[in-house]
Ligand binder design. Structure first.
Ligand code: UDP
Length: 374
């Protein structure tokens, strides 16, 4: 069968690869001039630094099959994401861990004492079933840490009050009563040595796959395909006919410097009066490389307009209602499968995106056939 895949990000690449291996003919189009979607990486010609062009992407997963899958297409090197946060006149360690707690409260507590201190003097234990981001924070870290590290950052990042956001966003971050400052809990974590774009190019490098970059989707292309896989924004496929789903977009103020600008890959800024959320220094994402120069991004979040790149689905109450209507339209359309972060309008990490794409493969093969088994 002839498949048209719109979008050469992770979902499109994994599905394209798997369907191509099963004997199908795949055309992948992308309106951008590169593959890999928002995890695209590119070397800065001036400094040689591998830049995460659309912001930092760190691969982490507990899923052995997904880990093996990405390692089949790229050499991953061990990388631990260690994030710092500047708040006022001090720099703290994130995610909130024993170092953060001791430093913030000027104490030298051991794990059990810190746990008791937070639970007895900070946490709002009257909150039994936290629903919002704010309730989750007040319940588990309490007002002081919430105000320092989460409230301002989250207002900047999401453009709304943390009382309106779901607790699930904060649940992405661990809270630890030891000195482990690994940002993620997952057992596998690493960076592709040559970047994500090289990895996605390797996935798409198959005789049954044709990739067309700088190519906008047209309905005629869809008409020529037996089936289409759409990884663009769900509402854009329907020409926004019910209205627009809300996203946050990011602006990156790029700057270069000599040497080491901030000494770490990610420095967050918790305070509301610092207009950006974080500064990323890209060469620290590849500590095995040496570069005299450095490339940094100051990251600003704002509402996504019609001509902006959508990054984070907002999923507040209005969006959820509209999403339900678009999902009904999508389900009624047998000729198109909607995939990935934009196609399903969810805050998906890279590993989950790959997992979901792999999980769809058997359904596709059952429906459209598998040449490898005939
Ligand atoms: N967050 C925060 N302060 C921080 C880091 C994160 O308040 O210093 C909140 C913020 O709402 C953010 C969420 O936690 O959107 C998830 O953070 P994560 O680092 O997973 O965000 P991502 O890297 O995906 O933007």
């Amino acid at each position: 069968m002839n498949f048209l895949i719109v979008g050469a990000g992770l979902s499109g690449a994994v599905l394209g690869r798997e369907l191509a291996q099963a004997g199908h003919k795949i055309t992948v189009i992308d309106s951008r001039s590169h593959v890999a979607g928002n995890c695209h990486t590119e070397r800065c010609p001036e400094t040689g630094v591998l830049v995460h062009v659309y912001g930092p992407h760190i691969f982490h997963t507990d899923d052995v099959q997904v880990w093996d899958y990405v390692n089949a297409f790229a050499q991953f090197l061990p990388y631990r994401n260690r994030v710092k946060s500047t708040v006022g006149s001090a720099v703290y360690s994130l995610p909130v861990n024993l170092h953060t707690i001791n430093q913030f409260f000027g104490k030298t507590m051991r794990p059990d004492a810190a746990r008791a201190f937070i639970e007895e003097t900070q946490a709002d234990t009257s909150i039994t079933d936290p629903q919002s981001f704010e309730e989750q924070a007040l319940r588990f870290v309490g007002r002081d840490l919430y105000d320092a590290f989460f409230r301002g950052y989250t207002e900047k990042q999401w453009g709304c009050s943390p009382t309106q956001l779901p607790a699930s966003i904060l649940k992405r971050l661990p809270l630890r009563f030891n000195y482990d400052d690994n940002y993620f809990n997952h057992q596998f974590q690493g960076m592709p040595e040559q970047g994500y774009t090289a990895m996605v190019e390797a996935m798409l490098d198959h005789p049954n796959i044709d990739v067309h970059l700088d190519t906008a989707f047209t309905p005629e292309m869809e008409a020529r395909a037996d089936h289409m896989i759409w990884s663009g924004p769900l509402d854009s496929y329907f020409n926004y006919r019910l209205g627009r789903l809300g996203y946050r977009t990011l602006d990156f103020e790029r700057f270069t410097a000599e040497g080491d600008y901030q000494g770490c890959a990610v420095m967050n800024y918790g305070a509301r009066d610092v207009p950006y959320t974080r500064i990323t220094e890209h060469k620290h994402f590849a500590p095995w490389e040496t570069h005299a120069g450095t490339v940094c991004y100051r990251e600003f979040a704002r509402a996504c307009g019609p001509d902006d790149i959508p990054y984070y689905p907002i999923r507040l109450v209005e969006e959820k209602a509209l999403l339900g209507e678009y999902e009904a339209l999508a389900q009624a359309n047998d000729g198109v499968s909607f995939v990935g972060r934009l196609g399903t309008y969810r805050y998906l990490d890279m590993d989950v995106t790959i997992r979901e794409a792999l999980d769809m493969v058997p359904q596709f093969l059952e429906r459209f056939g598998d040449q490898t088994t005939v």
